[in-house]
Design a protein around this ligand. Sequence first.
Ligand SMILES: O=C(O)c1ccccc1N[C@@H]1O[C@H](COP(=O)(O)O)[C@@H](O)[C@H]1O
Length: 214
Amino acid sequence: MRVKICGITSVDDALLAVDAGADALGLVFYPPSPRNVTPEQAAEIARAVSPFVVLTGLFVNAHPEQVEAVLQQVPLNLLQFHGDENAPYCRQFRRPYIKALRMRPELDPVEVMAGFPDARGILLDAYRKGVPGGTGDTFDWQRVPRDSGRQIILAGGLTPENVASAVAAAHPQAVDVSGGVEASPGRKDAAKVTAFIRAARAACAGQTELTQGV
Ligand SMILES: O=C(O)c1ccccc1N[C@@H]1O[C@H](COP(=O)(O)O)[C@@H](O)[C@H]1O
């Protein structure tokens, strides 16, 4: 079970997430978000964390020049496209990327993810009209495809309290959280981050024991 803590806005929050065991950190380059960071802030965060932590840059329908400008300044390991980007858009940057799908009721995730064969992972998030993400909303975890052969990252309204149930229901390869581990918008809460990562990993370990008959 891999855990990404998204919406990191400061070096302190980056270090507390890494110390708690985060595999990946998310940096939001989307000005309407309360978690938006400038390339300069992101570069400072990048300098402070281990090179073995996956630094992820989140964009929403950004102009390609904006993405390129960030890439010039910040050593991102992974791009996360959280808007209506299509596969040619996503692959133009020649960087590993994950594609977020927002789970509108009529969306068939298996069909849509087939259109992103080169995505390193598919992030499934809740859908709220007019808001691209970071809503704190959950969706029906039974809709997460099983045995898709893809790396599924579950997101949307996850918290230290519900992540174990989410993992048990959806069997994702990774989970991603933003608002559920905050003290206030854009500020992480160390105790919540620690509790979230522990709960996600414990739920996954419990499943492995069940399937192996331990
Ligand atoms: O975090 C944001 O502000 C954000 C803004 C625009 C698009 C996506 C955003 N965050 C991503 O949304 C999901 C779910 O967040 P939450 O846990 O429900 O708060 C997650 O993938 C974040 O990376």
